[in-house]
Design a protein around this ligand. Structure first.
Ligand SMILES: *[C@@H]1O[C@H](CO)[C@@H](O)[C@H](O)[C@H]1NC(C)=O
Ligand SMILES: *[C@@H]1O[C@H](CO)[C@@H](O)[C@H](O)[C@H]1NC(C)=O
Ligand SMILES: *[C@@H]1O[C@H](CO)[C@@H](O)[C@H](O)[C@H]1NC(C)=O
Ligand SMILES: *[C@@H]1O[C@H](CO)[C@@H](O)[C@H](O)[C@H]1NC(C)=O
Ligand SMILES: *[C@@H]1O[C@H](CO)[C@@H](O)[C@H](O)[C@H]1NC(C)=O
Ligand SMILES: *[C@@H]1O[C@H](CO)[C@@H](O)[C@H](O)[C@H]1NC(C)=O
Length: 778
């Protein structure tokens, strides 16, 4: 069955290319939104309206069930404005959703759900139960997106969040993407294709195995940062991944989404040098101290004939395997320094890469993650200009990757006229912790659009990992659609209404407090989700908050007090419980930061009894954190590990996938190369990794205090690494897949316990967690 499916897709791909859905791109005198409209039309797959309607109807049916979905009728109409929708009532009382494409229809449906029926979805819950015999309100709404392109995903999301997903999980996420109006994304799975390319070139299986990384680390191997780590990949796995990618692509295109395919950036296995001794290769510089065995692959100069040979072999296979929407992504220099610092070199490199795409598809557009420009002194204005303008205007689309904090469009004069997408990079490594910059996003999108001669053509989200802070993603995507700033207060107070299914002042107040505290970040610190709990213990940490922790405590109290009014139907109580777990976790996280500062001062002042008292409190806090996390379905280590194991096809893979899953969230590399970068405040991990680590530390410091010796941090590092951090990757303990305990009761107990400590003088002792004034609230 899969084979037939494959053939059908390949055929469709060929047809699409031959018919050339892409219009000719001509950007003379065109800028900003208008440029985006051209580009959006150029990239849109030529899926027939009927197919898009069927796909949109299927989304609606999965969200509200087949029976309720009959209350809606959908229509894809290419004559209305690009990325627009219309909602109205038919004479028979059904709601008619008209959209420019399937995605716009789904966006219209989501708008009706959220703003007319006051019901919303999130990543974990896309299913909504409408009341029986619901009479749908009659509304007439027309809306056009101010963003012609709405983008989602980061190459890293595929490793941090999607690594183990099957199609069922994808289906939910794809439905969510459509509901949010997302129109452009990426399809990075490519290993099966590379094996064909390299085998044809004459590499042996061993040589290829030494190059490809394990499933949880593919993103960085694809970018050339590492090679071979946590591999190898079995042929059957590669094959299934390719089929999965095809299935995802088909579902996306059926809805009218465009998908960017991987192109060749120049990174190749070391062994290629054996076959091409006369070609020029550069050795890629070491990334994060990875040992030689797992790093420093080779880079073929894009101007070398060999580059074009590899590119052609790879890209033609990519297009015949996946079809094409005339957009290809590749990032030759992501966290890698270019070998030559000359504008001419940059110009010819960019031109050669673009030519390799054009050789396969004359209508090609190059999608580039603008990450390389961020805070990198290498990329002077001249270098960036040479690189970007080497490609005709409109033929390169830049993702301004973290526009809310480090916008690059200003520094590059709006990318010298090349179109760009304003993106929120909210998360690194899929770490947890309430965090966001609502106000900055609201104003930043405005500023970028109003820039004279702005070349901004869309908005997007580029999280390294998803699954936390849903509110920020929901906000950013709605803000991107809107052509003016949203009213933050009314947006945040409406949020709990649609989330918990009840309008209540306490809930509104709670979310307004969160808006003004955790979601009000506007600093320049690189927030990487590593707080005291999840960092390797030492006395060198400098925890801080950018908000007033009392506001989180107040918000928590308000949430707790609303328990009785949360409806049980439609699983709204589950969403409420999820948020209770999260805010409890957050308050404990803040308290751990606070405790740490006092522990450090007690150590420095050699106050032994105080140190012991506070040590006991920190360990108690970690126990409480474990307890609350264990009560939340979405906070379980077991889910991540079991998903990994389930994805395996045999015992050997099962062991290796579990290793991949464990190593990524802890040591991240053979010796802790980027230790805890992808840390997770999850039940199981707190109990068996973070708590033992802190316990060992406190014990060692205590011994030092009692023996009047200085604490030896170097010795501790070696010990904790050998005893706890590295062994964790090789363990095979099984963790629960189902939550334990009553969330509300646990949360209420923890609230009572920990709120009292905010008045405990031993605890505070004039060592409050600092709130740097310029980053403080408001
Ligand atoms: C819905 O409202 C519109 C505008 O008020 C009205 O013209 C139309 O007749 C209404 N349709 C139904 C079925 O009530
Ligand atoms: C490399 O160049 C040398 C000298 O020009 C030539 O003899 C040799 O055949 C070339 N090797 C390959 C693989 O092209
Ligand atoms: C905007 O573009 C116009 C026409 O190309 C040009 O005359 C003008 O100087 C540009 N303005 C800015 C601020 O770059
Ligand atoms: C922090 O918030 C609380 C109320 O939640 C308030 O009483 C207090 O004054 C605030 N502190 C600062 C420093 O703003
Ligand atoms: C700290 O421990 C390291 C590693 O065990 C050791 O080499 C070093 O001499 C110790 N330093 C002190 C000051 O004891
Ligand atoms: C984990 O297992 C691998 C082999 O599967 C081994 O090479 C490595 O040394 C082990 N690490 C630890 C810390 O035991």
């Amino acid at each position: 069955m899969h084979l037939k499916w494959n053939l059908a897709l390949a055929l469709l791909a060929v047809l699409c290319l031959q018919r050339g859905h892409g219009t000719k791109l001509d950007f003379n005198g065109v800028a900003g939104r208008e440029m985006g409209l051209h580009l959006a039309a150029h990239l849109a797959p030529g899926t027939p309206p009927k197919v898009q309607e069927t796909a949109a109807m299927a989304v609606i049916s999965r969200v509200i069930g087949a029976r309720s979905s009959q209350l809606f009728q959908v229509q894809v109409n290419k004559r209305i404005a690009i990325r627009s929708f219309q909602i109205s009532m038919l004479d028979d009382g059904r709601i008619l959703l008209v959209g420019w494409d399937g995605v716009s229809v789904c966006k219209a449906f989501h708008h009706y759900l959220k703003y007319v029926l006051n019901k919303d979805v999130d990543w974990f819950k896309v299913r909504i139960e409408l009341p029986y015999n619901l009479k749908l309100p009659n509304v007439t709404i027309e809306s056009t997106s101010a963003s012609p392109i709405i983008y989602h995903q980061n190459v890293c999301t595929w490793s941090y969040s999607f690594a183990w997903w099957d199609f069922e999980q994808w289906r939910r996420h794809l439905d969510w993407m459509a509901l949010m109006g997302i129109s452009l994304t990426i399809a990075p799975i490519q290993e099966a294709i590379w094996v064909e390319v390299y085998t044809e070139m004459g590499l042996s299986r061993e040589e290829i195995d030494a190059h490809l990384a394990g499933p949880a680390f593919q993103a960085w191997q694809r970018m050339g940062n590492i090679r071979g780590w946590a591999g190898p990949l079995k042929p059957e796995w590669r094959r299934l991944q390719l089929l999965l990618q095809q299935e995802i692509l088909a579902a996306q295109r059926n809805l009218g989404m465009s998908v960017a395919l991987p192109a060749f950036a120049g990174h190749v296995p070391r062994a290629l040098k054996r076959l091409h001794p006369n070609s020029t290769f550069m050795e890629v510089q070491r990334w994060n101290q990875f040992p030689d065995r797992y790093c420093c692959g080779l880079f073929v100069e894009p101007t070398e004939p060999l580059f074009n040979q590899v590119a052609e072999s790879f890209l033609s296979r990519v297009v015949s395997t996946y079809g094409s929407n005339h957009i290809f992504f590749c990032d030759p220099f992501n966290e890698l320094e270019p070998p030559v610092a000359k504008p001419d070199y940059m110009r010819s490199t960019a031109a050669a890469i673009y030519e390799s795409m054009r050789g396969i598809d004359p209508q090609a557009v190059w999608l580039l993650q603008g990450w390389m420009f961020v805070k990198n002194p290498f990329w002077t204005t001249d270098m960036a200009k040479a690189f970007l303008t080497a490609v005709p205007r409109g033929r390169i689309l830049v993702l301004d990757l973290q526009s809310e904090q480090f916008p690059q469009y200003e520094l590059t004069n709006s990318y010298f006229g090349q179109p760009f997408v304003w993106c929120m990079l909210h998360n690194f490594g899929g770490t947890l912790g309430m965090f966001g910059s609502a106000k900055l996003i609201n104003s930043g999108i405005e500023a970028a659009r109003r820039l004279p001669n702005s070349s901004m053509v869309g908005t997007g989200i580029t999280p390294e990992g998803i699954g936390q802070n849903y509110v920020m993603y929901s906000f950013t995507l709605e803000r991107g659609w809107s052509d003016s700033p949203l009213d933050l207060d009314s947006w945040f107070s409406h949020f709990p209404h649609t989330r918990y299914g009840v309008k209540d002042e306490r809930l509104e107040q709670a979310w307004l407090l969160l808006k003004d505290s955790v979601y009000s970040f506007r600093g320049l610190q690189k927030m990487r989700g590593q707080y005291v709990v999840t960092r390797r213990p030492s006395f060198n940490q400098e925890p801080f908050t950018w908000y007033n922790a009392s506001e989180v405590l107040d918000a928590w109290h308000l949430l707790l007090s609303a328990r009785a009014i949360i409806p049980l139907e439609d699983d709204r109580y589950d969403m409420y419980e999820h948020d209770l777990v999260d805010i409890t976790r957050q308050f404990l996280q803040i308290n751990a930061d606070q405790l740490y500062i006092n522990l450090r001062s007690a150590y420095r002042k050699r106050q032994v009894p105080r140190f012991e008292y506070l040590s006991g409190k920190l360990l108690q806090l970690l126990d409480d954190m474990e307890l609350i996390l264990a009560s939340g379905y979405n906070f379980l280590l077991g889910n991540w590990l079991e998903q990994a194991k389930r994805a395996a096809l045999n015992d050997e893979d099962r062991r290796n996938f579990e290793f991949n899953a464990r190593n990524q969230i802890t040591a991240w590399g053979p010796d802790g190369q980027i230790l805890d970068y992808a840390c997770k405040q999850w039940s199981g991990l707190v109990r068996d990794y973070y708590a033992p680590r802190w316990s060992l530390f406190l014990e060692d410091v205590n011994v030092a205090l009692h023996s009047q010796q200085p604490f030896n941090g170097t010795a501790f590092k070696q010990k904790v690494s050998q005893r706890i951090e590295l062994p964790f990757s090789n363990k095979t303990d099984i963790y629960p897949l189902e939550p334990v305990g009553n969330t509300w009761l646990i949360s209420q107990n923890i609230f009572e316990t920990w709120k009292a400590y905010s008045k405990d003088t031993q605890f505070l002792h004039n060592n409050r967690l600092s709130v740097p004034r310029k980053f403080g609230p408001k």
